[in-house]
Design a binder for this molecule. Structure first.
Ligand SMILES: [Zn+2]
Length: 160
């Protein structure tokens, strides 16, 4: 009887265990990432830094292509969704499907929505509700956290 009960209990607990699967498939230590990306990219991606406005060459990037995570190379944005926000940071009105996750950032007095690469957890930027149609969203991205791959060139292999 006791055996049956514990088997039932184990079965009942299963769905919750499944739901709690880790959301970040690529998990490296801080020192591993430090060795792989530039110091500025490390500060933004893994210490939630913000690059100075107007400093990224990707602000002026107008070619068709794909923007991938500077840490793990996951494709995050398409040039088709980029717009000139005038803020000094590369801006998009939507990410690629399932490419980013969000969390609430309480660093400033007014909480903001932070977003990060869904694969490695690297911080990319903040999302605001003052973007253009059709989404009305503005994904304000640190250029140093992205790499641009022009259309026609192969996307880099995902970092493992
Ligand atoms: Zn990533």
């Amino acid at each position: 009887m006791l055996k049956q009960l514990s088997a039932w209990w184990a079965g009942a607990a299963l769905p919750a265990t499944t739901l709690a699967a880790p959301p970040l498939p690529l998990n490296k230590t801080a020192s591993e990432w430090k060795a792989l990306v530039s110091p500025m990219a490390y500060q933004v991606l893994f210490q939630h830094g913000t690059e100075r406005a107007g400093t990224s060459p990707l602000n002026a990037e107008k070619r068709a292509g794909t923007y991938v995570c500077a840490a793990c190379s996951l494709p995050l944005f398409s040039s088709a969704h980029k717009f000139d926000s005038g803020t000094g940071w590369p801006s998009f009105f939507q990410p690629l499907p399932d490419a980013v996750g969000t969390s609430t950032d309480h660093k400033l007095f007014i909480p903001r929505t932070e977003y990060h690469c869904a694969r490695c957890g690297g911080h990319q930027g903040h999302v605001f509700d003052d973007g253009p149609k059709p989404t009305g969203k503005r994904y304000c991205n640190n250029g140093v956290a992205l790499a641009f791959i022009p259309e026609g060139l192969p996307l880099p292999a995902l970092r493992t």
